[in-house]
Design a protein. Structure first.
Length: 134
């Protein structure tokens, strides 16, 4: 079983680091879709089946908070697990995000690859079990 992953971040370097960490962790991937902001991500979500989303919060055009709020209103994608990877320091905003049903983890940049790997495994554990039971 492989997983389709979306990485939403305005930094090419961060997107590359996340991809590299996923590969090194041995997470079986299908496609990896990249977006520079929430608006691009929403378009891609309409075109691709995604099993896991990584997103930054602070991005131009549409930030991660607005993107997550829109995702939560779309029945087809509202249960897609999300890992937030951000430098965001506002505890109020972080608390608001982590209370969203589909946000499985908040990882602060810069991140240790092990933290990212552990968050991916935890976020996808439900999908892995669903596939095993099908």
């Amino acid at each position: 079983m492989s997983f389709n992953i979306m990485i939403v971040d305005d930094s090419t370097i961060i997107r590359t680091m996340i991809k590299r960490t996923i590969t090194l962790a041995g997470i079986p991937t299908g496609i990896i879709v990249e977006a520079q902001n929430g608006a691009e991500a929403l378009v891609s979500l309409g075109e691709n089946w995604i099993d896991l989303i990584f997103t930054d919060i602070n991005m131009p055009v549409m930030d991660g908070v607005e993107m997550l709020e829109r995702i939560s209103r779309e029945e087809r994608i509202s249960d897609t697990p999300v890992i937030v990877v951000s430098t965001e320091g506002s505890e109020t905003k972080i608390d608001r995000l982590t209370r969203m049903d589909n946000v499985k983890a908040f990882i602060r940049k810069p991140f240790a690859p092990e933290n990212l790997r552990d968050a991916v495994e935890a976020a996808l554990s439900e999908r892995i079990q669903e596939a095993a039971n099908a």
